[in-house]
Design a protein. Structure first.
Length: 220
């Protein structure tokens, strides 16, 4: 799955019942994230912390959808473990987990090498995170090894960046950006237009090369 690709519609059985992806998504954003297997320690922490932050995703109009290559009953038992390990999850477990024990969906979404789909060792490497916009486009992908747990704050930061840049059209977010700090004005915007678009202030950085392409603003 390349950035900008359309996520195909699919049907799936989940811990919250069957879904048809496009109908389920509606006009929301989505974080679709896969895991190697149920009852694995790092994945348990990830699903737990994402569940704890469910309201932060909801505020951003983002639906959560987990995926693991195990059966639904296994997922249900695993959810009980996750809730026990993360007692600060409010209420019921807030998002569905797809059961994909045939790995068919993992292959379709390019989360698994198709040539090795029946190799248990290779299958265990399913570990992708896709941020999907309401138009069903893949906007950002993160691929992790089994040894490294995801950072929920980074997922939220990426969503904030994508949504801000979609809204303003003429900015990008710099390294280590967090909401409220300076954004970069795209080079395609003239200085005259930049000051019209951001009347509360534009900062221009002088570069030794003489190419003054770094302009920032907090007027958003």
């Amino acid at each position: 799955m390349r950035l900008g690709a359309t996520i195909p519609d699919f049907s799936a059985k989940t811990t919250h019942g069957p879904i048809q992806f496009y109908d389920w998504l509606g006009d929301s954003w989505c974080v679709l994230f896969s895991h190697p297997a149920d009852f694995t320690p790092v994945c348990t922490t990830e699903l737990g912390r994402i569940a704890v932050h469910q309201q932060e995703f909801k505020k951003r109009n983002v639906k959560l959808l987990a995926h693991s290559c195990d059966k639904l009953q296994s997922h249900t038992d695993w959810v009980n473990d996750i809730k026990s390990y993360c007692p600060d999850i409010p209420g019921d477990f807030p998002y569905p987990i797809i059961g994909d024990d045939t790995r068919e969906l993992a292959i379709r979404l390019d989360m698994l090498d198709e040539a090795n789909q029946n190799n248990p060792d290779t299958a265990m490497t399913v570990r992708s995170l896709y941020i999907i916009s309401p138009d069903k486009k893949l906007r950002l992908a993160m691929l992790y090894p089994t040894s490294t747990g995801r950072n929920v704050d980074e997922i939220l930061r990426c969503i904030d960046s994508l949504q801000l840049c979609d809204r303003l059209k003429v900015v990008a977010t710099p390294a280590n950006w967090t909401p409220g700090t300076k954004v970069m004005i795209l080079p395609s915007v003239t200085d005259e237009d930049a000051h019209k678009l951001f009347p509360k202030g534009v900062d221009k950085v002088t570069m030794p090369s003489g190419h003054n392409y770094v302009r920032t603003t907090t007027d958003y």
